[in-house]
Write a protein that binds this ligand. Structure first.
Ligand code: UTP
Length: 422
């Protein structure tokens, strides 16, 4: 053991990462051993690569951008809509469809103590957990289509155990356990503003789940894609855990993708303001691209056409449908990392836990929508915002439990008053 520890210290020194050595020296033998083993497996070249990423200037990357074409369901005839619905229904009843929920994020802005899906929102009589709302949708689909749709839930190293326990405790909210499967996503090292690795509260080198775009390779690594193929599943809807109006079983989107022979389809909503915190669709050099709001140049965000409509107004709301072949193709590619500067808890040089109030570390994330660029086209179907988008991102203010609750109640009232069909 002594040898491994010394080796780890030497490696840290050789790679200019000695900042954590003083903390390591204070640890007991067991913790030292765990840490040394972790350090011996670090790819220090990757750290340099990641640190270089933090210096990337994205502003130069916005040439040849054009508007994307979206289908507006208001422009479709009743016959076309019914045909899409019928095709979608047939695929579901034939067991060709499943869903995947991305629940591996940290939910740092919401600040809920536990996985985001275990957050309870004050709606209905007794409140509803975010996971419960999603399972409710699958139970309704069972009533409508007569089949249990398989549900894959992506967790992270940090929240997997708690998520599984939560489902066990709540008896899977009445859904058969055999139709719910968890899989963990990968993580990547976190570095501070000087490019140094840090130690977390568990006395390990701090890593974080590396973005929802990791879903493809994580699915492949854990045999999920193979399992889907064995089950003859052809379509996978991937949605976020934190949109309480998520149309998890979007029959029309499914039918539209099949009918139009597209490998990927997405539901969008129109952006409600130029600087709303959502990514937007566009085309760059003929390929589909989503520009995340954090990277969107002001000029593009505010550009309007002659009618005063936003040119880049088609918002990505994490409602994406993939054909299994598209999923498989995406799983073989390493999507690009995006950099986020976040508040990360760490141990200082005296081994004291610091909970920063301001961002202090870089996190590296792959985004699901970067997979779109691997394909020539995708089908973009616009949805009505009030029927499919009520995100919970922040504890207060915009996109918070309060705003989501208001949107949800408005939706339920509209159903009650038959303004929209359920
Ligand atoms: P967000 O990008 O909004 O992140 O995730 P978040 O983790 O929920 O919240 P913040 O940014 O820390 O406040 C959008 C969706 O992608 C999932 C989230 O769980 C959410 O459903 N996600 C995000 C993952 O599954 N893995 C990740 O690594 C990141």
């Amino acid at each position: 053991m002594e040898k491994e520890y010394e080796q780890a210290v030497k490696i840290l020194k050789n790679n200019h990462q000695e900042t954590i050595i003083p903390i390591m020296e204070k640890l007991n033998e067991n913790k030292k051993e765990i840490l040394a083993e972790q350090i011996l497996n670090i790819d220090f070249k990757e750290i340099n690569f990641l640190y270089d990423k933090t210096k990337t200037d994205y502003s130069s990357n916005f040439e040849n951008i054009e508007k994307i074409k979206a289908i507006n369901p208001d422009d479709l005839s009743i016959q076309e809509i019914n045909e899409y619905l019928q095709i979608g229904k047939t695929a579901i009843t034939n067991g060709k469809f499943c869903v995947a929920i991305m629940a591996g994020g940290q939910g740092s802005r919401l600040g809920h103590d536990g996985p985001k899906g275990t957050f309870k929102i004050d709606i209905e009589e007794n409140g509803k957990y975010l996971f419960e709302l999603l399972i409710d949708k699958l139970r309704k689909a069972k009533k409508k289509y007569g089949v249990y749709i398989d549900c894959y839930i992506m967790t992270s190293e940090d929240n997997n155990e708690e998520t599984v326990k939560f489902f066990e405790k709540n008896k899977y909210f009445g859904y058969p356990k055999t139709h719910v499967k968890f899989f963990k996503q990968n993580s990547t090292l976190v570095i501070d503003k000087n490019g140094k690795i840090v130690i977390g509260e568990d006395y390990k080198i701090k890593t974080c789940s590396n973005g929802n775009g990791e879903i493809f390779s994580s699915m492949a690594k854990q045999g999920i894609i193979d399992e889907m193929k064995r089950k003859k599943i052809e379509w996978v809807f991937i949605g976020a855990v934190d949109n309480i109006l998520l149309q998890l079983v979007d029959t029309m989107l499914l039918g539209a993708a099949i009918k139009n022979k597209e490998m990927i389809a997405t539901r969008t909503v129109l952006k409600n303001a130029p600087h709303e915190n959502v990514g937007v669709f566009c085309k760059q050099n003929g390929k589909v691209k989503v520009i995340e709001y954090t990277e969107m140049p002001k000029k593009l965000a505010e550009e309007v056409n002659e009618k005063g409509e936003l040119v880049f107004g088609e918002a990505h709301i994490m409602c994406n449908l993939f054909n299994i072949e598209a999923l498989e193709k995406a799983s073989t590619k390493n999507l690009e990392y995006h950099v986020a500067y976040k508040k990360i808890t760490y141990l200082d040089e005296n081994g004291i836990l610091v909970r920063p109030t301001e961002p202090n570390c870089y996190k590296f994330e792959r985004f699901i929508f970067d997979a779109f660029t691997l394909f020539d086209n995708i089908l973009v179907l616009r949805g009505k915002r009030e029927e499919c988008f009520a995100p919970i991102k922040n504890a207060e203010g915009i996109d918070s439990p309060k705003t989501a609750k208001a949107l949800y109640e408005n939706y339920m009232n509209n159903i009650k008053n038959k303004n929209i069909k359920k």
